[in-house]
Design a binder for this molecule. Structure first.
Ligand SMILES: *Cc1c(COP(=O)(O)O)cnc(C)c1O
Length: 391
């Protein structure tokens, strides 16, 4: 049973939003083929097909499937030769795996602030953080909005840095017509069940660099060399292999992605238009060069005091009580002591702090797959919480 609305009356929304994830005949057919014909893991043609299809969809020559977005990030850093004594620049406002991958690789995360209008890594802040130990930058395409890759690549070229795109939320997103995961040296994607396409778990590394891709393939396969025997390990590695069952589901999910992302973009445009008319609500901006945004999240900035609340958590609770799925999103990376003690942290990150403590409200991607009526309910719930608060 739904809890009563915090601002009184009936909740705006009593029905659930579209459920996520969902599968169709296509997923079932793909999985049955694997179950009946095998192999279920290494050597499966399904895995190879999925890697090729996903990579080419993202304008990348190579794809290396693996167990998760976290392992995709870690293996990418290892393939780049990043380790002890190296510094890797990461945004403060991201999932903690962006930083733990750097720590696990033996290097030091250097945390920088984000842009206040997109919450993506600030190229100016990257510029200020570069030292003679910096080896790599990890732009995160937060919520599915591509980071400013022009700004990031300029610094990388000027200082000889490698670029690893954390595209865990950005399947199908584009910067200037170029799909993410093919702009930097490597891209890391996640197929966790909340993501825009999923097999429950899974990940993939994309690249246009053959040498890096071969190295990544060896690292996820316990240091094997494709041309050598199964027990002829040529380097230190891990078992981070994806199963054929996951690849089968993901082939079907990839075929649905363009249409689902189109609907997410259309719904986001509707929410942008109507929510920005409400005083105290400012949706994040979509830069003109973000020619495709995957809207893994719909993030808006809310001045909760204007709604009569003193904390963001209270606002989120009230919106939830109106039947709208939403949450308060990330804390900053440096707010976790076990990350802070292993990172280099700037004197201040005002924009990431403001996002996490005060203003960022996240609506998950599956809400954007709803009908126009569903979206009207989202807007109406914001309006209801705002009404009667002149502030
Ligand atoms: C989901 C996510 C990851 C990690 O992916 P997993 O598959 O959950 O390991 C990394 N970075 C970002 C930005 C993510 O959203």
């Amino acid at each position: 049973m739904q809890k009563p609305a915090i601002r009184g009356g009936e909740p705006v929304r009593k029905r659930p939003f579209p459920s996520w994830p969902f599968s169709g005949d296509d997923e079932v057919r793909e999985v049955l083929e694997v179950l009946r014909e095998g192999p279920w893991s290494a050597g499966s043609p399904k895995i190879k097909l999925f890697e090729e299809e996903f990579a080419s969809f993202h304008h990348a020559k190579y794809g290396v499937a693996c167990t998760s977005g976290s392992t995709a990030l870690f293996v990418s850093l290892k393939a780049l030769g990043i380790g002890l004594g190296d510094e890797v620049i990461v945004p403060s406002y991201t999932f903690l795996a962006t930083a733990t991958a750097v720590i696990d690789a033996g290097a030091t995360p250097v945390i920088v602030d984000v842009d206040p209008d997109t919450y993506n890594i600030s190229p100016e802040a990257v510029g200020r953080a570069i030292t003679n130990k910096t080896r790599c930058v990890v732009p995160v395409h937060l919520a599915g909005c591509p980071a400013d890759m022009d700004g990031v690549m300029e610094h990388a070229e000027a200082h000889g840095l490698r670029v690893l795109e954390d595209a865990a939320q950005a399947h199908g997103a584009e910067w200037g017509g170029r799909r993410v995961g093919s702009i930097g040296d490597l891209g890391a994607f996640s197929f966790y069940q909340s993501k825009n396409m999923t097999a429950g778990e899974g990940g993939i590394i994309t690249s246009n660099d053959e040498e890096l891709a071969l190295l990544a393939r060896s690292l996820v396969n316990v240091g094997r060399d494709v041309k050598k025997g199964w027990y002829e390990h040529v380097r230190y590695g891990w078992n981070f292999r994806m199963t054929a069952l996951q690849a089968a589901v993901l082939r079907a999910q990839l075929r649905k992605l363009p249409e689902l992302n189109r609907r997410r973009m259309e719904s986001a445009a509707y929410l942008d238009k109507h929510l920005s008319e409400i005083d105290g609500v400012r949706p994040l901006s979509r830069p003109p060069k973000a020619t495709a945004h995957s809207y893994h999240l719909y993030i808006t900035r809310v001045d909760v005091r204007r709604f009569g609340f003193s904390t963001k958590e209270e606002f989120v609770k009230a919106l939830n009580a109106e039947g709208i799925p939403c949450n308060a999103g990330y804390r900053t990376l440096q707010s976790y002591p076990f990350i802070a003690e292993k990172s280099r942290i700037p004197a201040s990150t005002p924009h990431a702090d403001k996002a996490s403590r005060e203003e960022a409200v996240w609506i998950p991607q599956y809400v954007l797959l709803g009908s126009r009526d569903d979206l009207e309910d989202v807007v109406e719930a914001f309006e209801k919480l705002r009404s009667g608060n002149a502030g």
